[in-house]
Design a protein around this ligand. Structure first.
Ligand SMILES: Nc1nc2c(ncn2[C@@H]2O[C@H](COP(=O)(O)OP(=O)(O)OP(=O)(O)O)[C@@H](O)[C@H]2O)c(=O)[nH]1
Ligand SMILES: [Zn+2]
Length: 379
């Protein structure tokens, strides 16, 4: 696990790493920090021309329908790094050559998993290590210049992260909307992400179906009251509703930007300013519609001994994830922020593209349906 974490740190600093895989070892360079010099160095060290690894979501934005998860686009020595980066992350791009991308090897797929875990753009420059260069690459690993990580370690890391969730500390913190609140902190095994359960009221006094909100972090909305989304209001209304219903749990999940991270969310916002909706903007960056999974939330609920819930959400995916994870969703309750001129397009896209139940708020005009918060909505 440590090796994976070290590799992520190197990639986040803009350094290349080696991914060892059954299909052959590949040198991997992140998109961030990729310049002409880095492209040439990767070619020289690996002994092979580099390729650009892209997710099928990104390829579809380039009008290439591609079944495998990851495709490899050849890079020629004439291609400039700036252009290569644009193929991976800019809007309205076309690949210059007609060639179809090749299906990626397991090493390149693992490389993109690393990017995702590290909250980088899910694309990378990858180059297979040639036989001629093998000894030189091994020497760079031995003297600590390049870090090596096995594809198998990356797979195992993704699978086990949520299973080792450590309860680290807790404290009573009265909130303006819920005086009897306690913050319980959990840390993932890798130490990189922390999630908070806000436990409201006394577990022994809760309703049989415990009111629960799974709230994905949104720094811009939750903390600063961004008008681009409805998160901040949903957060505060959820706390108030849980308190009013006799207590329950709000899980504040470190899943900023639907799991793509704040840096990528800001990139996505800039793309949205060019006309794209929230789903298409993420796809331009190589992400799927929603990159979140809820294993961590399920693990937190298990540790808190919550098995039957009333879920505060408008998102059908969250209900499905709970059901599949063995937590019974007895009832759903809608939770809405205010409709504003700045968030209408965002809420519209969530309803139309991701099937969120937002009819009430979208049909309610500019004022927003404060009263509908307390009305349970049939599933
Ligand atoms: N990628 C991306 N993420 C966004 C955007 N706007 C808001 N978010 C993120 O979307 C997430 C919203 O989280 P939630 O409110 O828990 O989830 P939801 O899917 O809207 O579902 P409910 O609120 O439960 O109905 C947060 O992580 C925000 O940071 C956007 O334009 N792009
Ligand atoms: Zn938000």
């Amino acid at each position: 696990m440590r090796q994976v974490e070290r590799a992520i740190f190197d990639l986040r600093r803009g350094l290349p790493v080696l991914v060892r895989a059954a299909s052959g070892d590949v040198m991997v360079h992140p998109l961030e920090g990729c310049d002409d010099e880095a492209l040439a160095a990767l070619h020289a060290i690996s002994g092979n021309p580099p390729t650009l690894a892209l997710t099928r979501h990104r390829l579809s934005r380039l009008d290439i329908e591609f079944e495998p998860r990851v495709g490899l686009v050849p890079i020629t020595p004439a291609d400039r790094a700036q252009q290569v980066v644009a193929w991976a992350s800019a809007e309205q791009q076309r690949l210059p050559r007609e060639s179809r991308p090749l299906a990626a090897t397991s090493g390149s797929e693992a490389a993109l998993d690393l990017m995702r875990i590290g909250l980088l753009i899910p694309a990378a420059i990858v180059a297979e290590v040639s036989e001629i260069q093998r000894a030189r690459v091994e020497a760079l690993i031995a003297d600590g210049t390049v870090l090596a990580v096995a594809a198998g370690q990356i797979d195992a890391y993704s699978e086990t992260r949520s299973r080792f969730l450590k309860r680290t500390s807790d404290a009573e913190i009265p909130l303006s909307h819920a005086e009897r609140a306690k913050f319980v902190m959990f840390r993932e095994a890798d130490g990189m992400r922390e999630h908070i359960a806000i436990v409201i009221g006394e577990p022994g006094e809760w309703n049989d179906a415990v009111p629960v909100r799974l709230h994905s972090a949104c720094l811009t909305g939750d903390l600063f009251g961004s008008l681009r989304c409805d998160c901040g209001e949903q957060l505060r209304e959820s706390v108030r509703t849980i308190d009013e219903r006799g207590g329950g749990v709000l899980l504040y999940l470190a899943q900023e930007g639907r799991g793509i991270g704040l840096a990528n969310k800001l990139r996505a916002y800039t793309l949205q300013d060019g006309g794209l909706d929230t789903v298409d903007a993420d796809q331009v960056l190589g992400f799927g519609e929603d990159e979140r999974t809820y294993e961590v939330a399920l693990e937190m609920l298990e540790q808190l001994k919550v098995t039957r819930i009333e879920l505060l959400t408008n998102n059908p995916e969250k209900i499905a994830a709970m059901d599949q994870g063995g937590v019974e969703v007895v009832n759903r309750r809608g939770v809405y922020g205010k409709l504003t001129k700045q968030n209408r397009r965002y809420l519209d896209a969530k309803a139309k593209r991701a099937g969120h139940w937002l009819e009430e708020v979208l049909n309610d005009g500019e004022s927003g349906p404060a009263t509908s918060l307390r009305r349970p909505v049939a599933r």
